[in-house]
Design a binder for this molecule. Structure first.
Ligand code: DGT
Ligand code: CA
Ligand code: CA
Ligand code: ZN
Length: 578
């Protein structure tokens, strides 16, 4: 077991104990144990195997024994017994928005609810509203969340799929007879959620590749197994299709299986205009007067043959990219290497997992020139938001750290809550002492569209609000976007010179890619922000770049591509002059 797995297992034990109604100190011991395992600077698993754990802060005797058992055997009897005390389906209920351990146990005890299906029925019968701690409104919200979950059943977050795809591609590359490998489908197009994974391999021996794929670790069940195509169900619950094709077919198959379907349909029409058919294997002449078919080695050759610039996969949604490629007007899309800094990041001061120092060091390791801290503000008490005093102390600390840094700067900011009426959680006096601020909505998400839009615009009108955080509050596959009028907010951003954030957390990817093209044309700047709650989450920037590319954004549309010098000047200017 890896450190991360053991750490998650301790967290799960804490949850199970909480559900049993155990002593909160015991629950907390497992939570802090999870954190210690995750962030201990030395190889704590080796230490556990060597019985060298005594004296580690945050790890009592009971946890030391359990860590030893896990590190040596990969299993934990205590956990298995604990887990067996609950029906397995009970755990699905954690995916319902607004339900935690306590409420789930209450419903289980009082109403015998042990699954999401039971819960849905109880909502429909009106039995939830009658329970202590629940009302008509929470019953309604629970039902909505369940219906949302049903609608998205079988889809996965881009971030979840990315880990799986990387591993499978590496394994496919390992095979001696694989010549080229690629992920296609919605994953390659960078869609925010993925239905199934589509992989492609070029090989002289299709059958040996599909056979090899069927034996890979992580393959849970074989759904279809042919010579050139295999579909499997992976341990993570998602379906994965692999096609094995001849090397000469590879560019055609790559294009076809990348989609989108609508993009493919439009390309086929262009091929027909030249007297060719286009499918997943080749161009074929279909008329006597057909133009000569050029040699095709790469996907780009196909576009060229059709008289188009090569269209990046993220743009292939048939939303005007084909016309742009024909007219030689494709935008030069932003790349990860263009980013010089990031703005929306948390530390242990609010709800982050890593300290300010650790976060800054990680940003430096990524080669960034600047790094914005934006911990939560006081109204976000559930996230341990900072009050004025703690915030200003953090600002002082950052200023002192900057004194010792060369060629790198930490920007002191805040993720300040937008209150219900659009006022901010800090006074202008406090905000004016920051280098910048991200304003976000975190509560009262169920306002009607007009009220919510007015609330957000009012916040953007504040001269200290540098950027608007996760505009709609959506949690992909979990919670719908708040009702907001995107067009009006984009116009207000242009008017007030407020940057709009592209939140890169794979759960959010907010503002949605479908709106960036418009924002860009209105002259609104984007900031690609990881909303990192740990050093590892700085990697979320990659997902944000994919969304920015889907939204046709170029380097010049994104504020955090500016050099340290330019961004410093930018932030120093009054908003109206930016
Ligand atoms: P997903 O899996 O729902 O997230 O979305 P995709 O785009 O990955 O869709 P999928 O897996 O059904 O198919 C992969 C690609 O294969 C799709 O983007 C385009 C291509 N494709 C599949 N079926 C058709 C079809 O009937 N006609 C055309 N032109 N292309 C298709
Ligand atoms: Ca797919
Ligand atoms: Ca598929
Ligand atoms: Zn936030």
């Amino acid at each position: 077991m890896t450190r991360e797995e053991i750490s998650s297992l301790f967290e799960e034990i804490a949850l199970l104990l909480e559900m049993k109604g155990e002593n909160p100190f015991k629950v907390r011991a497992y939570r802090s144990g999870a954190e210690t395992v995750r962030s201990y600077p030395d190889d704590i698993l080796q230490m556990a195997r060597d019985n060298q754990l005594s004296g580690i802060k945050g790890l009592g005797e009971a946890l030391r024994d359990k860590l030893h058992e896990l590190a040596t055997t990969g299993r934990l009897e205590y956990y298995e017994k604990l887990r067996a005390e609950f029906p397995a389906t009970l755990f699905e209920m954690f995916e319902v928005q607004g339900l935690g351990a306590k409420k789930i146990m209450l419903l289980h005890r009082e109403l015998g609810i042990s699954s999401v299906a039971d819960l849905k029925q109880a909502c429909l019968d009106g039995r939830i509203a009658g329970q202590t701690g629940f009302g008509e409104k929470s019953q309604h919200n629970i039902l909505e969340s369940i219906e949302h979950r049903e609608k998205n059943a079988g889809r996965f977050l881009l971030g979840t799929v990315a880990m799986v795809v990387d591993r499978l591609l590496d394994l496919l590359r390992d095979h001696p007879e694989s010549l080229r490998v690629a992920a296609c489908g919605s994953y390659r197009r960078g869609r925010e959620t993925i239905g199934d994974i589509d992989l492609l391999v070029a090989t002289p021996h299709s059958a040996s590749l599909t056979e090899y794929f069927s034996t890979l670790p992580g393959v849970n069940k074989i759904l279809v197994h042919g010579e050139t195509k295999i579909s499997v169900l992976l341990d993570e619950g998602m379906q994965c299709d692999l096609r094995a094709v001849a090397n000469a077919q590879f560019p055609f198959a790559l294009l076809y299986f990348t989609g989108s379907k609508e993009h493919n349909v439009a390309l086929r029409q262009l091929a027909n205009d030249k007297g060719w058919s286009l499918n997943e294997y080749a161009f074929t002449a279909i008329r006597d007067d057909a133009e000569a078919i050029p040699a095709i080695n790469e996907e780009a050759d196909i576009y060229q043959a059709l008289g188009l610039q090569c269209i990046p996969p993220e743009m292939r949604e048939n939303l005007g990219e084909i016309e742009a490629a024909r007219d030689n007007k494709l935008p030069r899309l932003i790349q990860i290497g263009n980013l010089r800094g990031t703005f929306h990041n948390h530390t242990t001061e609010s709800d982050g997992r890593n300290t300010l120092e650790e976060m800054v060091e990680a940003a430096q390791d990524l080669g960034l020139q600047y790094f914005g801290i934006a911990d939560h503000s006081k109204s976000s008490f559930q996230a341990n938001g900072l009050d004025e005093e703690r915030l200003l102390r953090q600002v002082e600390k950052i200023r002192a750290m900057n004194g010792k840094l060369e060629g790198f700067r930490i920007f002191a900011g805040s993720e300040v809550d937008i209150l219900k009426d659009g006022a901010l959680d800090f006074s202008d006096d406090v905000l004016s002492q920051l280098d910048y601020c991200v304003a976000s909505v975190h509560n009262v998400m169920n306002l009607d569209e007009e009220t919510m839009t007015r609330r957000i615009i009012r916040a953007m009108e504040n001269p200290h609000v540098t950027m608007l955080g996760h505009m709609t509050g959506r949690l992909l596959l979990k919670r719908d976007a708040c009702a907001v009028n995107h067009a009006k907010i984009i116009d207000a951003a242009a008017e007030t010179r407020t940057i709009i954030e592209l939140n890169c957390s794979p759960k959010r990817l907010d503002m949605d890619w479908r709106w960036w093209h418009r924002a860009r044309d209105k002259g609104v700047l984007c900031s690609i922000n990881p909303d990192a709650h740990s050093t590892a989450q700085l990697q979320y920037l990659h997902y944000g770049i994919l969304q920015a590319r889907k939204g046709w954004l170029r380097k010049e549309d994104v504020a955090n591509t500016l050099s340290l010098e330019k961004i410093t000047d930018f932030l120093a200017k009054p908003k109206a002059q930016r």
